[in-house]
Design a protein around this ligand. Structure first.
Ligand SMILES: [Fe+2]
Ligand SMILES: [Fe+2]
Length: 304
């Protein structure tokens, strides 16, 4: 890649981080992303606020309305985003076909991890979601931390990837904070979370040091499974197996949802978040499979 092109990409990335999103046209970014990915497509992180209004019950139609959304308790909404697409079954399902050894290793690792998890939780979706989110919030923090240290060591930009991965970690933690309002894990489930975190944090840390493209691919497949799990959750909400209780206040605040939102609405927006994480991590892996570094392609920041 020529130095001019690299500079142009980094400068666009820098603008994305420093200029308010409402003032910054994403048209050029989206064109860049389309040409930078191996598949030529990564439309997922392109904001489409008009779509959000039609696809998620009562969500604001534009940034102006967003900023005027009054939250319960105190103040005006700011700081959080919400999913803007991938809220319908027809758009949320995607699968990255494993094509090489690394992909297949990542795919079958996730499939192997899935078996005991499903045997343990079966259709206890809430408990499953709690464990899933305690795991899902780790990779973004580990990847972001390692890229942060790399940026410091090399005196170079990250292309926005540190921010993107830390945003993902924070978003996953908010999924957990939402579900914990609705369920109370038993002592052995808390013990399981404790043990899984100890193993998974260290395993992922080592995996990211050894092969970031493998690490991102594993997370891509984990997020594919998260989308499937939340789709099953929705099925049981629709057939009455799980009660569709009112959405917790923390979820209404975070996603700026209407006051009368329900658990079903929450699961739909969380599933859309997972779809975004899936696409972001597969994209990150694709970049590195092309022999490039993450900093060479602008990160999909500002989604959450
Ligand atoms: Fe999540
Ligand atoms: Fe996720």
């Amino acid at each position: 890649m020529s130095s001019c092109r690299t500079a142009a990409i980094l400068s666009r990335s820098f603008l994305r981080q420093t200029v308010p999103c409402s003032l910054f046209s994403l048209t050029s970014i989206s064109r860049t992303a389309a040409t930078e990915t191996s598949a030529g497509l990564f439309p997922v992180w392109i904001r489409n606020l008009s779509t959000s209004a039609s696809s998620t019950a009562g969500l604001p139609k534009d940034k102006t309305e967003e900023k005027q959304t009054v939250l319960p308790g105190n103040g005006i909404a700011s700081g959080h985003g919400r999913p803007t697409h991938q809220t319908s079954p027809s758009t949320v399902k995607k699968h990255h076909n494993p094509v090489n050894f690394t992909d297949k290793f990542a795919y079958w690792t996730v499939q192997a991890l899935k078996v005991p998890t499903h045997l343990f939780f079966q259709r206890r979706h809430m408990c499953h979601a709690v464990l899933l989110e305690t795991v899902a919030a780790v990779p973004g923090m580990v990847g972001g931390m390692l890229l942060h240290c790399k940026s410091l060591r090399r005196f170079e930009q990250s292309g926005g990837w540190i921010k993107a991965l830390l945003e993902e970690a924070e978003n996953e933690r908010m999924h957990l904070m939402t579900f914990i309002e609705l369920t109370n894990p038993k002592w052995y489930e808390r013990a399981l979370v404790f043990a899984v975190q100890g193993v998974f944090f260290n395993a992922y840390f080592l995996a990211y040091l050894a092969s970031p493209k493998l690490a991102h691919r594993i997370v891509g497949y984990l997020e594919e499974e998260a989308v499937i799990s939340y789709t099953e959750f929705l099925k049981d909400l629709d057939n009455g197996t799980v009660e569709n209780v009112p959405a917790p206040a923390i979820a209404i605040d975070y996603w700026r949802m209407p006051q009368n939102s329900t658990l079903r609405d929450v699961v739909i927006v969380i599933r859309a978040d997972e779809a975004h994480h899936r696409d972001l991590n597969h994209y990150a892996s694709d970049i590195q499979f092309q022999g490039r570094e993450l900093k060479d392609a602008p990160a999909p920041i500002g989604y959450h």
